[in-house]
Design a protein around this ligand. Structure first.
Ligand code: AMP
Length: 198
């Protein structure tokens, strides 16, 4: 049986440049980039009930409860444009969410997980600069560091899990957007052709 779907995930610390790379990967594979952070931010901006529910949580740097986040992703993956595959960005973020996603995919696992590696001090500096440039007064150093701590505690352990599943592609996130995109493309092609040959 030929499986023509491409199910991807990009993971890495906040500020590593996931969103920028996600857009490029999604375009290359012709799949939608699905970012839970973007979905939450759009709802906050639009003043929807969901936005009102999550605004304070997001501003504090905490994670939105799993039950709510899982439901949003399940709905999004059920939409027609995700039938041929997708690139998840920012989800799953903890072990509970990995199990929820496994259930949604119904035995059809992810094909590859791109880990975008970045140094904590470098990403904190980048995020502080962005907060200043974009006038994000809520993104204080304290909140930015708190998000890094949550990543280290809850999300970083997932790397081992995906590595054990044989689907991890580790990429150095340091460099220009083009340099990093080229590394991701090479790593993903190798991973996906190895999987196709199995
Ligand atoms: P991001 O843009 O992915 O860094 O997400 C911004 C914020 O949205 C995070 O700091 C969390 O508060 C919330 N968020 C995004 N994705 C998730 C998720 N998978 N689980 C829980 N909260 C999330």
């Amino acid at each position: 049986m030929t499986d023509t779907t491409t199910r991807l995930l990009i993971i890495g610390p906040p500020g590593a440049g996931k969103g920028t790379q996600a857009a490029q990967i999604a375009e290359r594979f012709g799949v939608p980039a699905i970012s839970t952070g973007d979905i939450f931010r759009a709802n906050i901006k639009g003043g929807t009930p969901l936005g009102q529910q999550v605004q304070a949580i997001i501003e504090s740097g905490e994670l939105v409860p799993d039950s709510l986040t899982n439901e949003i992703v399940a709905d999004r993956l059920n939409q027609a444009d995700a039938a041929a595959g997708f690139l998840l960005d920012g989800y799953p973020r903890n072990v509970e969410q990995v199990h929820a996603l496994d259930g949604m995919l119904d035995g059809e696992s992810l094909d590859a997980v791109v880990l975008l590696e970045a140094d904590v001090d470098a990403v904190v500096a980048r995020l502080l600069k962005r907060a200043e440039l974009e006038g994000r007064a809520d993104d204080t150093e304290e909140v930015i560091r708190h998000r890094q701590d949550i990543y280290a505690e809850q999300t970083a352990p997932l790397v081992k899990l995906f590595s054990e599943r044989g689907i991890l592609v580790t990429v150095d996130g340091l460099g220009t957007v083009e340099e990093v995109a080229a590394r991701i493309a090479t790593g993903l092609d190798a991973q996906l052709s190895a999987k196709a040959g199995r």
